[in-house]
Design a protein around this ligand. Structure first.
Ligand code: ADP
Ligand code: ADP
Length: 227
């Protein structure tokens, strides 16, 4: 479980991005942060892996304060997927996916075997392994991004608008794929989107953010739809 206890983030220019946020995100479930642009979703996500430090309050994973973890080590145990995949342009698909295992000191052989396995898991054909990111479609790049985030089998996966930059048909396919994957993997996923339809489709739980960085609602998709 990931817990936010009275978490506030005030940026140096005085902007309060997140205001006294308290939340419990259950292990093995997908929690979606949805809300308008600027409502503090990304800031909240990035405080989980310490890319952003809270001004006050506490974030814990399975009871352990994230501040007690070394940020670099913490980040290797938390998969992270962003909108434009954030792939390394000068590394092949295979080497992109193998990034974290190599950082963890796996042998090249083992890291690449694992990367090939992940390509299959996310539905990338083996012949894509030697391609470079610019030779792939947007949807394929996002698949590589997901495979890279899963490579070292982290228990937690942070996804920041992972499918927003691809066209609607591909997006629906990627959402289906994530739902299928999650049935097997049961990761603790935090998924940011501004699209309520996507939130309802992907989420086991939905946290609705509003301007000022507060929560309007924390509910199941079924309850949200019933209102
Ligand atoms: P969302 O993900 O919901 O769009 P963000 O967390 O990105 O929201 O941003 C929340 C608020 O914090 C916005 O007003 C945004 O402009 C501001 N903000 C985000 N990052 C920074 C930063 N590095 N410095 C100052 N203000 C920031
Ligand atoms: P740096 O080159 O800044 O020292 P690393 O080589 O550790 O960083 O990582 C390179 C990039 O990979 C960084 O942008 C970092 O955010 C990202 N990264 C590191 N660990 C992970 C992870 N577990 N999942 C996804 N991306 C990661």
């Amino acid at each position: 479980m990931i817990t936010f206890e009275g978490v506030t983030k005030r940026y140096p220019d005085g902007t309060v991005a997140v205001d006294e946020l308290s939340l419990e995100l259950p292990t093995g479930q997908t929690t979606v942060f949805v809300g308008p642009s600027g409502s503090g979703k990304t800031t909240s996500l990035r405080m989980i892996n310490r890319m952003v430090e809270p001004t006050s309050g506490r974030i814990a994973i399975d009871g352990q304060d994230v501040r007690d973890r070394d940020p670099a080590v913490l980040r290797r145990s938390i998969g992270y997927v962003i909108q434009q995949a954030g792939l390394f342009p000068h590394r092949t698909v295979l080497d992109n996916i193998a990034t974290v295992p190599l950082l963890l000191g796996w042998t090249r052989r083992r890291a690449r075997d694992r990367a090939r396995e992940l390509m299959e898991v996310v539905g990338l054909a083996p012949e894509q392994a030697k391609r470079y990111p610019h030779q792939l479609s947007g949807g394929q790049q996002q698949r590589v991004g997901v495979a890279r985030a899963l490579a070292a089998d982290p228990p937690v996966l942070l996804m920041d608008e992972p499918f927003s930059a691809v066209d609607p048909v591909v997006r629906t396919g990627l959402q289906d794929e994530l739902l299928r994957l999650q049935q097997e993997l049961r990761k603790t996923i935090v998924f940011v989107t501004h699209d309520i339809d996507e939130a309802v489709r992907i989420g086991d739980a939905v946290a609705v953010f509003r301007a000022g960085g507060t929560l309007a609602q924390f509910s199941t998709p079924e309850r949200l739809l019933a209102e």
